[in-house]
Design a protein around this ligand. Structure first.
Ligand code: FEO
Length: 381
């Protein structure tokens, strides 16, 4: 159940959705009890409520995650089924009240591993915080070996294909989703995957995008994204006002390519930040390219630096290159904005006005340093 949102193009007023998205809800009818897992974004609640027209009675509403794209139609569910009992994690209980105005007495907080019988079928609740808020939990339907995961293993993809099959059309949206939503919590997700190992899982049912009827591919993909070493790749988020920084970026790309290093540059005034996030999953090095504006980095690079640090990628190395008109501290301020980034910083390269032969020599030295670090990190690179 739920809704396919074909037209949505932005999530959280931040994340581009080139392929739309869906808000999946799941009606589970046991021999004695009926439960609904998750709801739909309030913008799409009419679709969900129409689907429920044939459902006379609902015993349980499982809220796995309080973010409104999944819980936002819960007040309408309560209005239609006044006796429905809500199940959520203990952390979610006050949040459901805060965000949806539902009295806490209506909510039963489940312990990790607690079960709920539907008659012939049994739910087991699995606490899994930070996928993607602190209150999130998963729900395992034991007899049918279905794991409901809400945001985890999801993809922002509007499609009428119910299942992801072998994964090929869904893998790229799923990776983009991982980069944008899950990557900041990678260390916790490694623990969650370990916790899921004893479970026999035949189907993974997330609340965005298709259901994984052959879940091995998405589990393997998550293992790669979480655990693989970064690749021989430099990402360059940059912008240029009068051409100097642009010339430096072009030169550095060629210098790195000459040394066998792959590069992907992103003009931050034009780029799709989801594309940037996807490349951060694999990149070993980031080089920010910025002109100087009012002593500091260009505002689009302020955003890039903040975003890069917030996404907590596996980056090992970082540097800043750019230009200034008369003076500035763009390199220092960019580094400050990346405070939580666990990367080793290389010397910045800056030019006053147009780049000179000395500037290009310094960029060659930076390219040498990056290539050498990549060889050390990734033998064979
Ligand atoms: Fe899809 Fe964190 O909500």
């Amino acid at each position: 159940m739920g809704a396919i949102d074909w037209e949505r193009r932005l999530f959280d007023e931040l994340i581009p959705l080139p392929d739309g998205t869906s808000y999946n809800a799941y009606l589970v009818r046991g021999s004695e009890k009926t439960a609904l897992i998750d709801t739909a974004d309030p913008d799409q609640s009419a679709a969900l409520m129409a689907q429920l027209d044939d459902v006379d009675h609902l015993d349980y509403l499982i809220i796995q995650h309080v973010e409104q794209d999944h819980s936002g139609s819960a007040p309408l569910i309560l209005a239609r089924y006044p006796d429905v009992q809500i199940f959520s994690s203990p952390k979610a209980k006050p949040m459901v009240s805060d965000h949806l105005g539902i009295a806490e007495e209506r909510i039963h907080a489940v312990e990790d591993g607690e079960t709920l019988s539907l008659g012939n079928w049994t739910f087991e609740f699995i606490h899994a915080p930070w996928v993607h808020w602190p209150e999130t939990m998963l729900t395992y339907l034991r007899e049918e070996k279905v794991l409901f995961t809400c945001d985890l293993f999801g993809s922002h993809l509007a499609t009428d294909e119910l299942f992801s099959g072998n994964g090929s059309p869904v893998c790229e949206p799923a990776k983009r989703y991982y980069a944008e939503i899950m990557m900041p919590f990678a260390s916790l997700i490694r623990g969650h995957l370990k916790k899921l190992e004893p479970f026999d899982i035949e189907v993974i049912a997330p609340s965005h995008g298709p259901v994984h009827d052959h879940p091995t591919w998405i589990l393997d993909a998550y293992h790669h994204w979480l655990n693989d070493k970064p690749k021989n790749l430099v990402v360059i988020p940059y912008t240029s006002m009068h051409g100097s920084t642009g010339l430096m970026v072009d030169y550095l790309i060629e210098a790195l390519n000459d040394r066998g290093v792959h590069v992907h540059s992103f003009h931050m005034s034009k780029t799709d930040i989801g594309e940037y996030a996807v490349h951060l999953v694999d990149a070993a090095t980031v080089v920010f390219g910025t002109p100087t504006v009012l002593v500091g980095p260009h505002p689009s690079i302020v955003f890039a630096a903040y975003l890069t640090a917030a996404l907590r990628p596996k980056l090992q190395n970082a540097a800043v290159i750019g230009s200034y008109g008369w003076a500035g501290k763009a390199a220092e301020k960019t580094k400050e904005l990346c405070g939580s980034l666990k990367a080793e910083w290389m010397d910045p390269v800056f030019t006053k006005g147009m780049p000179s032969q000395d500037t290009y020599a310094a960029l060659d030295a930076l390219a040498d340093e990056i290539a050498s670090r990549h060889k050390e990190l990734l033998p064979g690179a």
